[in-house]
Design a protein around this ligand. Structure first.
Ligand code: FES
Ligand SMILES: [Fe+2]
Length: 419
């Protein structure tokens, strides 16, 4: 259990809160580049701040306040220009750094006052990488947007998947360092959802957790596995500060505010051997539903939807004073302690864990990856079909409900499937 003060400290993400300030030291994925193929403006809410994300006519992305500094009109109904975003109310124009570069009436009526030089809109840096748009809300100088190893891989079909999850981000992230739930929430629950008499999957016998530069590695031994198994030797990654990384996909839990989280998945499917070179022209992005429209209950059919049920079930902001942690929760304790230490580190003026500033390091940041060889070199279609994890994906997108038909079609075409 956690005392109420620490629970509050770790869960609040607003500007000026200790955890909010710590999370602002990291780049957060907030949207997909492909969402801006047909749209130019999108309202976003990030760590309690209402903002407007746009792509101007020169192709530059910008992230500014939701409200105009003139008389507070909604900038998400503004319109883009060659450079920057114009408010639709009286036409003030702002560039991506927040400078006011036109004030149509003031510029004519009182040019000598140079009023526009005195007005700025709040603006944050944004960068595109791996098909995602990343935002940084922290102090300058900003660190680098991490160039995680899979972002450099070739011959993959990538898709980006979002979901709005109505609960606090920390309970979502604690799930990233909770290997035991895989057995019950995903394996055994799925068995029971499909067949009431179905046989349970092998039990976990041993777990281990260990901090490394970019997160916490967790390892598992289940019945029938030896210590030579990659799940023990390499393990999987709770990626700092707010993601799970399994080798072929990342799942970020991005705080929208204290009570809502944007789930962002980046999923890499290696095309079968023999289909190289495969170059993906556009990384598709889609939003999946969380609730079943017919029954009103949460959707439970897909892996991440099951996770969402766990997260949301813990309450809007989990009350950790009521919990009873066991030995399986050692990783969760490590994660909380590291955040508490890093809150102190930034107060001392230090960088927190997993901040990347060296561009040489950022050419390709390696992570523990159990299945690296297969993901880089590829498998034949027959081998993929027999693979315990990748095989299921040939039939359906197993991670989240609601994949649009056109994304499935693009995936099937990349993989060389008939449909
Ligand atoms: S409120 Fe935006 S220009 Fe007037
Ligand atoms: Fe899970």
């Amino acid at each position: 259990m956690l005392d109420p003060t620490k629970n509050q400290l770790l869960t609040r993400v607003g500007c000026g809160t200790p955890m909010g300030d710590l999370l602002r030291r990291y780049w957060m994925p907030i949207a997909a580049v492909s969402e801006f193929e047909n749209e130019t403006i999108k309202p976003v809410r990030l760590m309690g701040e209402d903002l407007t994300l746009y792509k101007d006519m020169s192709g530059t992305f910008g992230l500014v306040d939701r409200h105009c500094p003139h008389r507070c009109a909604d900038m998400s109904y503004g319109f883009v220009e060659q450079c920057g975003l114009r408010c639709n109310y009286h036409g003030w124009l702002f560039d991506r750094d927040g400078r006011c570069i036109e004030q149509p009436y003031e510029d004519v009526a009182q040019p000598e006052a140079r009023y526009r030089e005195k007005v700025r809109i709040k603006a944050y840096p944004v960068e595109a990488r791996a098909g995602l748009i990343w935002a940084y809300l922290g102090p300058e100088p900003a660190p680098l947007v991490p160039n995680w190893e899979p972002f450099t891989w070739k011959n993959g079909f990538v898709q980006i998947v979002f979901a709005d999850v109505p609960c606090n981000w920390l309970q979502c992230q604690e799930n990233s360092v909770d290997p035991l739930h895989f057995e019950w929430m995903h394996m055994n629950w799925s068995v029971r959802l499909a067949d009431k008499g179905g046989k349970y999957s092998p039990w976990h016998l041993k777990l281990a957790f260990e901090e490394f530069d970019y997160g916490i590695v967790y390892r598992r031994i289940r019945e029938g596995m030896s210590e030579n198994d990659p799940m023990w030797k390499v393990g999987r990654v709770c990626l700092w500060p707010n993601a799970l990384f399994t080798g072929d996909h990342f799942e970020w839990r991005v705080p929208i505010d204290d009570e809502n989280t944007l789930s962002v998945t980046w999923c890499f499917s290696r095309v079968p051997k023999g289909r190289e070179p495969y170059v993906q022209e556009q990384i598709p992005a889609w939003h999946g539903p969380v609730r079943d429209a017919e029954t009103g209950r949460w959707i439970s059919s897909h892996v991440m939807n099951q996770d969402f049920i766990a997260w949301m079930g813990q309450g809007t902001i989990a009350d950790r004073t009521r919990e009873h942690l066991g030995t399986s929760d050692a990783g969760i304790i490590m994660l909380r302690q590291r955040f508490l230490k890093d809150i102190e580190a930034i107060a001392r003026g230090e960088d927190p864990k997993a901040t990347i500033r060296d561009s040489e390091v950022n050419r390709c940041v390696s992570l523990p990856i159990a299945d690296r060889k297969n993901l880089v070199e590829g498998l034949t279609l027959e081998q993929i079909a027999k693979h315990p994890l990748a095989g299921g994906q040939l039939k359906d997108y197993v991670f989240q409900a609601g994949q649009p038909r056109e994304v499935r079609k693009a995936y099937a075409a990349a993989m060389g499937l008939s449909k």
